[in-house]
Design a binder for this molecule. Structure first.
Ligand SMILES: C[S@@+](CC[C@H](N)C(=O)[O-])C[C@H]1O[C@@H](n2cnc3c(N)ncnc32)[C@H](O)[C@@H]1O
Length: 278
């Protein structure tokens, strides 16, 4: 049984956002960057050094880059197709509303735990950058009745929505993940889309086991994992498509250029998922 106090768990899970934002900042500095998140260095909070500790303990540097590039492509595609609502779940250091060319009539919500989003917004504002569209923060626990909060903040369930969930499903049990997808499905008009990375159980992978032990020790255990993302989408109307890093590296996802092998080689247990509700 996990006996870590709730406040410690909350701080620990929130800090993982600095790791993934730091990964995007580091990638952006490469001449051959696969993803250019120019604002990641600013958006990143004080826990950035956790990235190196995570990688040393079996974590994946490539995953936030791969899902970042895929999410960018899907966001731009959804917007080009007329979607005017985006909800970023577990947004953390996401900078898409600031750096992607988005229309000003797009409504963008960022949902995360209390205390998480204001600091990023303030750091970006201090840099003098503003989002391309209005961004509304919703501070709530995504294991609770978060859709009520979202509705209260103006989300319209009768219009299509792009749901982004990058780096979130590690922290949700399969039951919590299914509940989350069910909840967002109830607010998804036809034409809605989903994208995010969803872990797969890897009981025989020693490196993965080391990472899981590391996360347990920090007090923010990786509790997520399903054999295939289909299992989370209980409404059969969703058309779910998912790729492993090997698929991305082999160019089998037509939405993005091939993932460089240097970003793909360490992990094989994450589904890069996108879904459409026709
Ligand atoms: C690994 S970070 C990913 C952040 C960002 N989406 C990215 O890709 O860089 C996970 C994020 O999910 C948030 N999160 C985890 N569990 C949550 C929950 N139950 N409710 C709301 N947010 C949660 C954390 O606070 C953190 O910002």
């Amino acid at each position: 049984m996990d006996t870590t106090p709730a406040s410690t768990q909350t701080t620990a899970v929130r800090e993982t956002s600095d790791w993934t934002t730091a990964a995007r900042a580091r990638e952006c500095g490469r001449p051959d960057a696969y993803l250019r998140d120019y604002y990641a260095a600013t958006a990143c909070g004080p826990a950035a050094s956790g990235l190196d500790r995570m990688v040393a303990n079996g974590g994946e540097f490539g995953c936030p880059i791969a899902r970042g590039r895929l999410g960018d492509a899907l966001a731009l595609r959804a917007v080009a197709g007329g979607v005017r609502q985006v909800v970023c779940l577990g947004a953390g250091g996401d900078t898409r509303a600031w750096r992607l060319r988005l229309p000003s009539d797009l409504a963008w919500w960022e949902v995360d735990l209390p205390g998480q989003l204001d600091a990023k917004n303030n750091r970006l504002a201090a840099l003098g950058v503003t989002p391309h569209c209005p961004v509304t923060n919703v501070t709530t626990d995504l294991r609770g009745s978060w859709t009520e909060e979202l509705a209260h903040h103006g989300h319209n369930a009768s219009r299509p929505t792009l749901w982004i969930a990058d780096g979130l499903f590690y922290f949700l049990t399969p039951a919590e993940g299914t509940k989350l997808i069910d909840a967002l499905t109830r607010r998804s008009a036809p034409g809605s889309r989903f994208c995010g990375d969803i872990p797969r159980p890897a009981p025989d992978d020693l490196r993965r086991a080391r990472l899981i032990a590391f996360m347990d020790g920090l007090g923010c255990p990786f509790v997520g994992g399903v054999e295939h993302p289909h299992q989370l989408f209980t409404d059969p109307a969703w058309r779910v498509d998912a790729h492993l890093s090997t698929d991305l590296a082999a160019g089998r996802c037509p939405l993005v250029p091939s993932l460089p092998h240097r970003l793909a080689e360490r992990e094989h247990h994450i589904w890069y998922t996108h879904a459409l509700l026709p």
